[in-house]
Design a protein around this ligand. Sequence first.
Ligand code: GLC
Length: 744
Amino acid sequence: MTLLLLSALAVAEPPAVLPGLEAETAAEAAVSAPPSGLDERVEELLRQMTLEEKLGQLQQLDGEAGGDYRPEHLELARQGRLGSTLNVRGAKRVNELQKAALESRLRIPILFGYDVIHGFKTIFPIPLGEAASFDPAAAERSAAIAAAEASAAGVRWTFAPMVDIARDPRWGRVAEGAGEDPYLGSVMAWARVKGFQGEDLTAQDKVLACAKHWAAYGAAEAGRDYNTTDLSEHTLRSVVFPPFRAALEAGALTFMSAFNDLNGVPATANPFLMTQVLRQEWGFEGFVVSDYTAVQELVAHGLASDGAEAARRALGAGTDMEMVSRLYNQHGARLVQEGRLPLAVIDEAVRRVLRVKFRAGLFERPYAELGRESPVLRSDHLKAARLIAARSMVLLRNEGGVLPLDKRIRTLAVIGPLADDKRSMLGTWPADGRAEDAVSVLEGLRGKTFPEAKVLYAKGCALAGEGAEGLDEAVRVAQQADAAVVVVGEDADMSGEAASRAALDLPGRQLDLVRAVLGTGTPTVVVLMNGRPLTIPWIAENVPAVLEAWHPGVQAGHAVADVLFGDVNPGGKLPITFPRSVGQIPIYYAHKSTGRPPDAKNKYTSKYLDSPVTPLYPFGHGLSYTSFELSDLALSAKTLPPDGKLTASVQVENTGNRPGDEVVQLYIQDADASVTRPVRELRGFERVTLKPGEKRKVEFPLTPEHLGFYGRDSRFIVEPGLFRVFAAASSVGGLEASFEVVPK
Ligand code: GLC
């Protein structure tokens, strides 16, 4: 029997409790069921609405830069013609605008949205960094804290999680996602939706989630933001869709359309995405909001000759709400009157919006509760931010025991353009986070060393450009120190939206700075602060200790100090491949074998003349201050039917002398299928904390959802044949076993 299975990967339940965090227990599957009588209430409202009021519900407008509403919004609200805003926040202001909406004829409340991507006031690591924790409970926790803070400010909807799979680090928005892998991306999508929404969508401290950007935005050609994407349906279903499906399964009730042209049909007007897959195949009951002016941009795409055609195509495809551009309201009535757009299409879009507003409890509780906003960051939130930041860090190299640093150190040099930069610590979506609340690396290290220790600082060079007048000062400072920490990378604006880079080297003269400091002979540690993989082959080769810290959030300095001095043993793993050079891109671990896999001894195989084919650091890579060993990979069966299940188990032991975390990763390879399959695919992981000498058995289920793939007819199937299983500490190497799927 061919199994038509869930198209999502089996999304693992996040572990219940994170050590050191009072994390809520892992949430159950479905969110609160729709309130009884929901459809009747929606239909009752719809029956009363004028066409103008209906189109008004499909309009989202942007607030003032500082979060206030605009005068025009009040008037539109009183006329019942403003369905939603973005960027309006602050309980008092939200309530003022909401009051105007509740004075309208039908009293339909406004839905207040905002980009709460990795924190609201307490800013957490960028999502790419959080994914490096391989700790869904951490992701759920940070989303829950963000929701609590944002909802206190009247925000009821966040435009997150961003779940775009990205395999081209030239694209700046890799910073906002969970990296290159659909399984990790699915687990993180699930966790973040659960964190934002919880189990009860009407709860005071929760916000609606929004899975974005639907779809394939991360496949922008040449890594250039907003650029064309062209992917096979097979790749869409196998790589791009799973995290969106996981977000939907976790209860997400809104999606956001992507800017990009997908296979010739821009996502915002793409019926395959918005109707066939999302509604007909997946049964999505929420609504889709366009990205910022994406409806208007259909004209620039060349898909629509004018605004009316753009509105017709976007609404007709299934994009329900228009963000910022106003074509639905400008042209909707005429499109209906001219018979170019059935009123039923508008009605269905309005139904979807109203349903979500009812399910979010907006009619029962339209106002923000005053007094919940805190002028200061809560200590428990800061504690969580510090721990999650430390758990997101990845130890890329540690030769000669340079790390952890000794707390008795007498003189420490802290060097680099990012060493005392507070703003960049907050990353690409700082929401209402404040740079003055951030702890810089310099402050964090000063706070960790003994009072009698000397902590010397030198900026060394500018973050970009040729300015290097500070190099000599940096060398002098390093020469006086027992160890030097050099903090280099990108500032917060060098990644994120509209921040593609054609080269991925350290900007400016930062590499010269690292070389100069290392040249003093002082034991040197490089701390990377970046929103994407960087090409750092010289550093990887020559600097004995390298820590990937990403943009770690408001507690950056304390978290970096905790890791560098060993109070936290780093346990993160790379969620995205680090290339040696831009020339290798796209490069990712779940690649196909090809008919001529690279062979150094055979010219006529798939490789370069001028570069290795291997990455600088592979997906899943990350070291520890202790050491671990995997052993005894065992499968509960050697054969199984296509609908069968088995368990893979492996022993992991801490063979070193300090407690630490290992992320045990389970990969499969379907070695015999009617469609070529990747050489490895992540199908399970578990971050375990072990004491020295402690050994633990870790088990991974392998079910049809894990083993299946989209066949030539785009149906999700499990085929008979050989499967290899790998248990490893990264996407390279590890223990191997195999089993056979046999026909029933
Ligand atoms: C931006 C982004 C999107 C964001 C939206 C609202 O252009 O593409 O991710 O949620 O506009 O700020």
